[in-house]
Write a protein that binds this ligand. Structure first.
Ligand SMILES: Cc1ncc(COP(=O)(O)O)c(C=O)c1O
Length: 417
């Protein structure tokens, strides 16, 4: 068997992951989603568990739009009209009317000049950051940035002296990074600086102060031939955060030069996008390999995302955002009242700090037995002592759902004592 040696080596690597406690293991398979009834929200049925529906407390679909019939209808009718797939990349006639309409609507939503869609936010971050990191660029990146930013920097083959990883959310450390860039510029080694950060940090629910970051960028801008550019990945912010769902820019009353986000979390669909100036987008359409050589989302997905965006700006969207905020408040206050430690904040990500690997696993298992789906983050995924269970609140949860989860958490409190 030609693969037998490789198979053995790969299985050894998987075993090592297991020994290190990093194995994700067998995935749960959702076989059915049951609609809300009698005060209960959606229930998820899993393979091997046909008799009970689970409450999903680990969904990124913060507004519940993934299950909205209006989005499903928009996707369906668009697929019937244009086909279920684009059939080609954008420049080889894979551009359909819904793609262009969505890009226009997203640019308007973020008050930017232009927008382009990618197949995912991951592809968008890699497809935007890597082409913009030239040999005379320095990238400044928050130490807790998402894996897609870390890999985008790797993809650009940035050597040690052209990157500066600043401490999480620490603007004084970021300033030190900018001072370093200035020195490099004076030596003729740096003409462009890119500050890149997550908006909302996915494991913690905290967020970057984009107003302060933008002010720093402006302060240092003139020291560089191409300036200091700010870039945010606000995949957990857009649609979930801020009074109108515009995310971290809205919450911090800040702005950024380049914004990337996903269509696959609060907006309920799939795909990613970047929005910026006309020139940045025009350049990326020509040079970004993840765009030039890879299919876009389907026309149906684009139509569903467009519907999500329109809905977000309607009374229904306002109501969903308000419900999300009040559900989040209810859940956070409840968890704290029981005596659990959480990372403070107003975002629907609620990290419950257990601070122990064994107890985290026991609590996740016990919650599962009670029909609640959550994920545990243990060492080495998080530092020792920061073992966490990440809960995510949604506008699709009913008050009764959240009260049930809180009651269960109260009952299981003994596990972490
Ligand atoms: C901050 C951040 N960026 C990007 C992504 C990836 O989004 P997508 O699924 O659209 O690639 C995630 C998802 O986990 C995320 O948390």
């Amino acid at each position: 068997m030609p693969l037998s040696n490789l198979n053995r080596v790969l299985m050894e690597s998987i075993k090592l992951l297991e020994e290190e406690g990093r194995l994700k293991g067998k995935e749960r398979v959702i076989t059915k989603v049951e609609k809300p009834k009698q005060g209960s929200g959606f229930r998820y049925f899993l393979e091997g568990h046909p008799d009970r529906g689970f409450i999903k407390m680990d969904s990124n679909s913060y507004l519940g739009l993934n299950l909205d019939p209006e989005l499903a209808k928009a996707e369906h009718s668009s697929s019937l009209k244009f086909g279920v797939g684009p059939g080609a990349v954008r420049f080889i006639d894979g551009t359909f009317l819904p793609h262009v309409q969505l890009e226009k609507a997203l640019a308007e939503f973020h008050s930017k000049e232009a927008c382009m869609i990618f197949s995912s936010a991951y592809a968008a971050v890699c497809g935007v950051l890597a082409p913009l990191l030239t040999e005379k660029s320095i990238v400044l990146s928050d130490e807790l940035n998402h894996n897609c930013i870390i890999n985008a920097i790797r993809l650009a083959k940035v050597p040690k002296e052209r990157k500066f990883i600043y401490r999480h959310l620490d603007c004084s450390h970021l300033r030190e990074g900018l001072d370093y860039c200035l020195k490099q510029a004076k030596l003729g080694e740096c003409e462009r600086v890119i500050i890149v950060t997550d908006g909302v940090f996915s494991m913690r629910g905290d967020y970057a102060d984009l107003r302060r970051i933008q002010a720093l960028a402006e302060e240092y801008n003139d020291g560089f031939k191409h300036g200091v550019i700010t870039m945010v990945d606000d995949s957990h912010g857009v649609g979930a955060y801020g009074a109108t769902g515009r995310g971290t820019t809205e919450v911090t009353k800040g702005d950024v030069d380049i914004l990337v986000a996903t269509l696959g979390k609060a907006l309920g669909v799939n795909g990613g996008y970047v929005t910026s100036s006309k020139s940045v987008v025009a350049y990326l359409r020509e040079t970004s390999p993840f765009y030039v050589y890879s299919n876009p989302i389907t026309p149906g997905e684009a139509s569903a995302a467009l519907k999500a965006l329109n809905l977000l700006s309607s009374d229904k969207g306002k109501e969903l955002l308000e419900r999300l905020a009040s559900n989040t408040k209810l859940f956070k206050q409840g968890v704290k009242a029981i005596g659990y430690e959480i990372i403070e904040g107003e975002h629907p990500i609620v990290p419950l700090l257990v601070r122990d690997t064994k107890k985290t696993k026991l609590l996740v298992r016990a919650l599962f037995e009670k029909g609640i789906l959550v994920v545990g983050l243990t060492y080495p995924v998080v530092p020792k002592g920061e073992e966490t269970i990440r809960f995510q609140v949604s506008a699709a949860h009913t008050k009764a759902d959240l009260e049930y989860v809180l009651n269960v958490l109260k009952e299981l409190r003994y596990i972490i004592e």
